[in-house]
Design a protein. Structure first.
Length: 42
């Protein structure tokens, strides 16, 4: 199953939502974004 487009959209949406937060929020979103692809493929 091809998940790349789905995961990329999730990553983008997470980063967009986090942009309204402070630096800690943006860093947390960045770390979560890195884990999206492997988690989605489980």
């Amino acid at each position: 199953m091809e998940l790349t487009t789905y995961v990329d959209t999730l990553r983008h949406d997470l980063q967009t939502a986090a942009a309204a937060g402070d630096e800690r929020t943006r860093e947390t979103a960045r770390l979560l974004s890195a884990a999206l692809d492997p988690a989605a493929r489980l």
